[in-house]
Design a protein. Structure first.
Length: 377
């Protein structure tokens, strides 16, 4: 018999991420899955048999959502994003900073409290994208606030214990020392906004970098004589962050990624304009113009995206020819593995009960976080 604080979900189609079909009961206590069984021990269950149930989506690269931006709003924005993202199937995320004045960035980091009790989607830590990158591949970042490979400043940025990942260009001064330092502190390094050569990326990989920030974007192009970061991304065992919006990454390129689906990490790189329609918005200190599903600066540079994880998930299946199981892994387990977070991402015993319920068209109908339905449509 289940105890009073046990919640039971009845499911019929479930991705663990591997697919199972039949009548199953998922027992959850204190937010953790305690049992998955075909045996029914109770009449009191939540019926999810109308849905496809899969591990909830995890976005490790997102700047903002529905009018809120972490670089401008800090903790208030993190809370609002946490409340709003479950409608897109997101159960966890890394709020991601663009380049900011150093003291401003320190101030924002200081106020972000990962121990806040009322989060819905779980912020797993902060991703700092805009500090240690190459001004020649700045994208929509303000190069005045780049820090080169300054380990002393990096140490100040991580002092609050809430930074999970940095994007680093391996060719900037002192980059390898910085990568080694961050690796020693168990902080993930993703290579991006870079003109690095293949050999420079090889050295970064050897020293602990293991992800690529929005592959193909803001980096030197592939050449058969100098494969650059793109060639190295496939040659070495990197996690490959992909913005699957068909603007940053062509639908034809998405199909080329299918053989690497075990390393693909679906991200949105979403900005505050996401889900708000066309208009003029902000990213850091820049105005961003959203039209026809694209976000651009006044000079035409792509400035983040207005993608959501549920749409990206569908695009991997529709355009990338990913199987549903491959898309599930790319949207949940792979992102979590890329930041060494293993407490969920699979529907199995002793994992957090974080999952998404999809209809036949893979539209989000319910989102469950720590065993509680936090969104339903």
């Amino acid at each position: 018999m289940e105890s009073e604080n046990t919640i039971v979900f009845k499911v019929s189609r479930i991705y663990l991420p591997q697919y199972l079909e039949g009548e199953f009961f998922i027992y959850v206590k204190d937010g953790v899955i305690t049992q998955i069984t075909r045996e029914n021990h109770t009449r009191n269950f939540i019926d999810l048999t109308d849905y496809i149930v899969a591990p909830g989506f995890v976005d490790v690269h997102i700047h903002g959502f529905e009018g809120f931006d972490v670089s401008n709003g800090g903790m208030d924005a993190v809370i609002e994003m946490s409340n709003r993202l479950p409608k897109t199937g997101v159960v966890a995320f890394l709020p991601t900073f663009v380049s900011l004045p150093f003291e401003n960035l320190i101030g924002k980091l200081k106020e972000i409290d990962l121990g806040y009790k009322n989060f819905k989607a779980i912020p797993l830590g902060v991703h700092i994208e805009g500090a240690f990158i190459n001004p020649k591949k700045k994208g929509a970042m303000d190069e005045r606030f780049f820090l080169e490979g300054n380990v002393e400043l990096a140490e100040k940025l991580i002092q609050f214990g809430n930074v999970k990942m940095f994007t680093v260009a391996p060719e900037i001064p002192n980059a390898l020392n910085l990568i080694r330092f961050l690796n020693s502190r168990n902080i993930k390094v993703s290579i991006g906004h870079t003109e690095a050569t293949f050999d420079e990326v090889k050295e970064a990989y050897a020293n602990g970098a293991d992800s690529i920030t929005h592959l193909f974007n803001a980096m030197a192009p592939f050449n058969h004589r100098e494969p650059s970061v793109i060639g190295a991304s496939f040659y070495f065992d990197f996690y490959l962050q992909i913005i699957a919006d068909t603007h940053h990454t062509s639908k034809y390129v998405l199909k080329l990624l299918k053989p690497y689906s075990n390393r693909v990490v679906l991200i949105t790189d979403a900005i505050e304009a996401t889900n708000l329609g066309e208009g003029i918005y902000k990213l850091g200190g820049f105005e961003v113009y959203v039209k026809d599903g694209e976000a651009r600066l006044s000079n035409g540079t792509l400035a983040g995206s207005v993608l959501t994880m549920d749409r990206g998930f569908k695009n991997l299946i529709q355009y990338g020819n990913f199987s549903v199981e491959e898309a599930v892994k790319s949207s949940s387990l792979n992102p979590l593995k890329s930041i060494s977070e293993l407490s969920f991402g699979e529907i199995k015993e002793n994992k957090l009960a974080n999952f998404v319920c999809l209809d036949e068209s893979y539209t989000v109908r319910k989102t469950v976080i720590k065993g509680k339905i936090v969104y339903e449509k």
